[in-house]
Write a protein that binds this ligand. Structure first.
Ligand SMILES: [Zn+2]
Ligand SMILES: [Zn+2]
Length: 125
């Protein structure tokens, strides 16, 4: 049955992401392979997209980097290190007034802080 198969593939993907820190699609694929090496790359990528469309996953747009994914747990912001690209959670979201327009319907926003992570700051000295 195709349907059951799809469900378990999605579960494998969600499980893989829960073990990783804001992984890219490639990293999710590598982790899923450890559990089931019969899953193809395209299948994983397609399922990640479906999970994102269903809002079970949140996509993090990284400037100059590959998209990363996060479980859609409590809404939070992210910190991205300018040097090594590390992504960290920041459980802070400011209250902003969401602009209204007939041209679009906003259903979310994301906030990304940038700077240097602890390790990169140490290397700087
Ligand atoms: Zn860093
Ligand atoms: Zn996060």
């Amino acid at each position: 049955m195709i349907k059951t198969r799809n469900t378990s593939q999605k579960q494998l993907i969600l499980e893989a992401i829960s073990h990783l820190e804001h992984p890219t699609c490639e990293e999710i694929y590598a982790e899923v392979l450890k559990q089931d090496d019969s899953i193809g790359r395209a299948t994983v990528f397609r399922n990640v997209k479906t999970l994102t469309d269903n809002k079970q996953l949140v996509k993090i747009v990284v400037p100059k980097g590959a998209l990363r994914y996060d479980m859609s747990i409590k809404k939070h912001s992210h910190f991205i290190c300018d040097r090594c690209g590390k992504v960290l959670d920041i459980f802070y979201l400011p209250n902003i007034d969401i602009p209204k327009s007939n041209l679009y319907e906003i259903d979310g926003y994301s906030l990304i802080f940038t700077g240097l992570c602890e390790e990169c700051k140490k290397k700087e000295r």
